[in-house]
Ligand binder design. Structure first.
Ligand code: CTP
Length: 418
């Protein structure tokens, strides 16, 4: 089927910005190559144009036909440097074509070659013939990964700002060893690719400490019942991931969430507003950028029962008390170098109430977030917002993935002066 004739894919709605973006995937020889199939398949569903190169060793684990089928484009293999359909050498054309180059799994061998600028196959030649950001996802046995020579090569490679890394994680390896060297999961790799497509490799938050709150706080009435809200924490996790991908040191204070905190993010788990307040106040003085994305339950039961209340003892009405306004308190303590950002989850007209919150809580910026639109707000993978800042700037962000929205917010904040 020709590309133009493809039927509409729902993934386009989730990630409209990825349609037609160009990602080159280099597959190395390791058992984790099977996981790359999921990466390719997901990128395709997001509308990305994919080309892939398999090294000879990679073909011992997966076939070119697998990748060809998933990417809807013939996979490239050695020793082809010329193809009749290309007017110039394949490595030059592919290198110029790619917006992001992902190498997964990255073997010790390819890692060593890249660290020393060597090129003896199509994959490594294409790296040298390209200048786009390269995302590396190493995968190997723990002993191999921890070798001084491999670590030296790895550090040398990462000292070049062109190279970005994802993983390796620790866990059970195919050699039955439990340790580091496991390739990052497809979702982590996909998030890093999406970030690189947005930032083009920009690491504008290197040296910055970013503090984010997320999730819906819960105020318990007894050990099993609480006042809460439907927030799942996805927006804050996307903010943490985006900040991490831009080079920041990230701390995430989270109320209960149903998702894993990205590797590399310092997580502080809390339940109620008082605990979140304490954690945020403790971390606040060291932070440069603070984003309060948590949905703080505004009230708590006036009394807490230590034992579960039997049904017949449940009151007909519940006396409530307000919880602290954490963001307003941070606004009072804010130093001139700090950037404080809030979220305003609103229904109906969203700009006016968000502007009031911006002023009252002494914020630098606020993301006014409609919760009554389809594919937006609590629990959704996508979101939309109007960003407002203290200088009167206003920027509307159309529906996009939460990761994309997070990047737009950091772009917006980077232009706030004073
Ligand atoms: N917020 C907070 N502490 C609270 C309530 C809200 O830190 N007790 C923060 C939220 O994390 C968000 C911002 O304040 O960044 C706005 O929250 P929102 O719930 O939209 O507004 P409220 O201030 O609670 O006002 P209202 O519920 O009346 O809209």
């Amino acid at each position: 089927m020709k590309h133009e004739q493809r039927p509409n894919r729902t993934a386009n709605i989730q990630n409209p910005k990825l349609e037609g973006r160009r990602v080159l995937v280099g597959v190395g020889g390791g058992i984790a190559a099977y996981k790359v199939c999921e990466v390719v398949s997901n990128l395709f569903k997001s509308g990305v144009d994919i080309r892939a190169i398999l090294t000879q060793a990679a073909q011992e684990f997966i076939t070119p036909l697998t990748i060809t089928t998933l990417s809807r484009h013939p996979a490239y293999t050695d020793p082809v440097f010329w193809q009749p359909s290309h007017t110039r050498p394949v490595h030059i054309e592919l290198g110029e074509w790619a917006e992001v180059f992902v190498i997964a799994p990255l073997t010790a061998n390819t890692l060593g070659k890249l660290a020393h600028g060597l090129a003896d196959n199509l994959l490594t030649n294409t790296v040298l013939a390209s200048c786009c950001p390269v995302l590396l996802a190493p995968a190997m046995n723990t002993e191999m990964w921890e070798q001084v020579s491999v670590q030296r090569n790895w550090q040398q490679l990462l000292s070049d700002p062109r190279y970005h890394s994802v993983g390796p994680d620790a866990g059970l390896l195919a050699c039955d060893r439990v340790g580091s060297g496991r390739m990052a999961e497809p979702e982590e790799i996909l998030a890093s690719v999406r970030s690189l497509l947005h930032t083009n490799g920009k690491r504008d938050l290197v040296g910055k400490r970013v503090l984010i709150s997320t999730g819906g706080t819960q105020e318990y009435l007894d050990p099993v019942r609480f006042i809460g809200n439907p927030s799942t924490g996805k927006m804050g996790l996307a903010l943490a991931q985006a900040a991490l991908h831009r080079g920041a040191t990230v701390t995430l204070v989270h109320a209960p969430i149903s998702w894993e905190v990205p590797l590399g993010v310092r997580a502080i788990s809390v339940v109620n507003a008082a605990q979140m307040q304490q954690a945020m106040l403790e971390c606040f003085p060291d932070a440069d950028v603070i984003v309060m994305a948590a949905a703080v339950a505004d009230v708590k039961p006036a009394e807490y029962a230590q034992e579960k209340l039997p049904k017949k003892l449940l009151p007909n009405s519940l006396p409530l008390e307000p919880v602290p306004d954490i963001l307003a308190e941070l606004g009072q303590r804010k130093q001139p170098h700090q950037r404080l950002i809030g979220f305003a989850a609103q229904s109906g007209y969203i700009v006016k109430p968000a502007l009031e919150k911006l002023r009252n809580k002494k914020l630098d910026a606020i993301a006014a977030n409609p919760i009554d639109k389809p594919n937006s707000g609590f629990g959704s993978d996508t979101n939309q917002a109007i960003f407002l800042d203290k200088q009167g700037r206003q920027l509307e962000i159309e529906p996009c993935s939460k990761l994309e929205l997070a990047h737009h917010l950091f772009d917006f904040v980077s232009n706030i002066s004073g």
